[in-house]
Ligand binder design. Structure first.
Ligand code: MRU
Length: 348
């Protein structure tokens, strides 16, 4: 069985899986300009915090390689402008600005435009390679929390196609499938854009994971009447105190998990932490266009002039989170006050 991939560097272009079309057709797009990359991120053709970071890094490397001239100062200005442009595509996932900053740091001491161009490409590829290892480690740590035949609920798609490979919240399920460790997954459909129904089911079925789809409104009843041993979700930004922004509906699941005595885990790389923010109130929440709620696919499901509120993410307070699973290990709820230390000592 195969775990799908969604973003690849192709020297003078970027190949992405068009996630808008899954599961009805599996098509790859070639992005040749920075505008293509911005649009792909904005319209969720490429999505998920780590994958957005990787796509943006590749986009900036592409913009660098297209620069004509030898003036290093002009090159720096060009890269700063393109970086701001890419960062404007989506505001919540911090991996986007994290990756862009990492690339910019890499060219600070370049002696020539050519060297800077090469550094950008190398660093972007490195981010992608590292992310695959990071996700593998997150998956192994997460799997240590589950027992054979557990049933685990998730929301949105924090899977392989939202990262370089394996995913964050879905990584333990892929790894379990590889070693014949049966785990059952309840995937919430995730209105309005149905990342759970369209993407998580598609991805898990491909690697042979036993997945059951429910609508978001069935989560409480499912927790009450079925065996749900844990909830695991991804993250778009985690503040210094452990408050976690993730797909809209995550906060509700955390409250429900608390009510039913079910552990609630967040799986995320260290690049998703933003310790410059004291708490989740400071995390910018993206609001998306009204049509995403007024329509399902191409069908209007409400009168066109209905007023709409469409936040794409919510913030789960740290006190509802049992643990945050990173590539370096699990930060248990009693250790959230040590989160800022992780970024000085780099170890758990
Ligand atoms: O709007 P999306 O589909 O990009 O939202 C994605 C999520 O909320 C994911 O859970 C998060 O980015 C983690 S992906 C490993």
């Amino acid at each position: 069985m195969a775990i799908p991939r969604s973003v690849e560097w192709k020297e003078d272009s970027i190949k992405i899986l068009n996630q808008q079309l899954i599961p009805n057709s599996v098509e790859f797009l070639t992005l040749e300009t920075i505008e293509d990359v911005w649009d792909a991120i904005k319209t969720l053709k490429v999505r998920g915090a780590p994958a957005i970071g990787i796509a943006a890094a590749f986009g900036l490397a592409l913009a660098g390689s297209k620069f004509e001239g030898e003036d290093l100062q002009e090159f720096h200005t060009h890269i700063r402008e393109k970086s701001l442009y890419l960062a404007s595509s989506r505001p919540t996932a911090v991996n986007l600005t994290w990756a862009l900053r990492r690339l910019q740091n890499k060219i600070e001491n370049a002696a020539s435009v050519n060297e800077a161009k090469t550094n950008l490409v190398h660093e972007a590829i490195l981010i992608s390679v590292e992310d695959e290892n990071i996700c593998y480690n997150i998956g192994q740590h997460a799997l240590s929390l589950f027992n054979k035949n557990d049933s685990v609920m998730t929301i949105c798609n924090a899977g392989s196609i939202a990262t370089a490979y394996y995913g964050t919240a879905l990584a333990p399920f892929h790894l379990a499938a590889e070693v014949d460790f049966p785990i059952h997954v309840f995937a919430c459909e995730t209105r309005p854009l149905l990342q759970g129904a369209r993407l998580t089911t598609w991805e898990l079925l491909q690697s042979g994971v036993n997945v059951t789809l429910i609508t978001d409104s069935m989560a409480a009843h499912t927790m009450k009447t079925k065996k749900v041993d844990a909830v695991i979700v991804g993250a778009d930004r985690i503040s210094a105190n452990g408050d976690t922004a993730n797909k809209i509906g995550t906060y509700g699941l955390a409250i429900l998990a608390k009510q039913h005595g079910i552990p609630f885990y967040v799986a995320a790389p260290l690049s998703t932490f933003d310790i410059s923010l004291k708490n989740g109130d400071e995390i910018p929440i993206e609001e998306r266009k009204e049509e995403e709620i007024l329509k399902v696919g191409n069908e209007w499901v409400a009168p066109k002039n209905t007023s709409v509120y469409n936040p794409a993410f919510d913030v789960t307070p740290a006190e509802l989170i049992s643990g945050i699973i990173t590539e370096q290990g699990i930060i248990h709820e009693t250790e959230f006050d040590k989160i800022p230390d992780l970024f000085t000592t780099k170890s758990l």
